[in-house]
Design a protein around this ligand. Sequence first.
Ligand code: XLS
Ligand code: NI
Ligand code: NI
Length: 436
Amino acid sequence: MHEYFPTVGKLKYEGPDSRNPLAFKHYNPEERVLGKSMSEHLRFSVCYWHTFKGLGSDPFGGATQIREYERASDPMKGAENALRAAFEFFTKLGVDFWCFHDRDIAPEGDSLLETNQRLDRIVDLAERLQNDTGMKLLWGTTNAFSHRRFMAGAATNPSPAVFAYAASQVKKAMEVTHRLGGAGYVFWGGREGYDTLLNTDMKRELEHLGRFLHMAVEHRRALGFEGALYIEPKPKEPTKHQYDFDAGNCYAFLQKFGLLDHFKLNIEANHATLAGHTFQHELAFAAANGLLGSVDANRGDLLLGWDTDQFPTDIRDATLAMHTILQVGGFTSGGLNFDAKLRRQSIDPVDLFHAHVGGMDTFARGLKNAAAMIEDGEFAAFLGERYAGWDGELGKGIEAGELTFADLEAYTMGHGEPKLQSGRQEMLENLLNRYL
Ligand code: XLS
Ligand code: NI
Ligand code: NI
């Protein structure tokens, strides 16, 4: 069989002392951490769009990364070759999951019918390749943002005909995700937002988005698709404002439209920082509200104000993320999807391996660090003490809703000035560093 990455063999775990750049120093799939293997905890996924279709282009220039599978003159042949290259990559890297948009794996045809037929043909091949390799689909999604018909949004488009087109596309993408055994399906509102409020009826657009997602829930039921549905918050880019701004906005939206039982969130690190939050904040908010579903693992750049989608390399961030994820019991249907791309100058196919090895080792370290933090219990003990008052008579009475303002006034009159305690932030930051 033809090899697309002939210079790279199956990557191995060689341990922290290895100097081999293409070996894992920390990710050891079978190693047990808190009662589960690392691969079960981390559920790594490779994304199709950046890894196989993004070829280094930016708004100032075209592709820099020349890939052999892109060379076929017939677009469908090219799509098949890319899929074969992708499965070779997944297998050599040693991940269990992948993710795609409908239009990443199969190019659009001249009509929706032809487009769907093309997609079916590629999905046939994907099904065979999944069976041959044991690869699984973490989630599928729809690209309803690149084509010019979606310039003013998909489900929030001012035209019901575009809404209908987007619905048809999501219907089909949910079907192929189901066929490939997807553990989830993602809605990222690519252009569900606005560029100016002068031409936008926000109230109506949000209602349409609510209706759209209800239809998706109905279609999930009709299909018998058991995968999770996720919304992926992002505040801006490509539009000036996106309705799924952050986890908090999504939570309010899901509540208003009665969708809370049907959706979880796919939290992306770089989207969190674009929204003015930390990655950990978005995870913690989702966790606190029962919405933590899956993660797009990447990072931004402190000095650049857009979604740079770099590979995660920050061990502190990964540790805090895994700590938050482990505290709510870890992933169920979700996982860590590298929604990340090579820099424009990283032009060689081997750079894809370097990038993913780094990301996987970063999160493996994050997992081990977070597990140690939980096992040692010092952070939990600190929190326990800080909130201990709520386990006493006064705290319990307030939490149980048994006390009124008048009761609390009487308590305060009787007890005087409350005793204060230090927040110990510096001590805790030093404690965190002990694990990094
Ligand atoms: C873009 C999003 C996108 C989603 C899938 O910023 O991260 O890649 O993950 O549509
Ligand atoms: Ni993403
Ligand atoms: Ni993104």
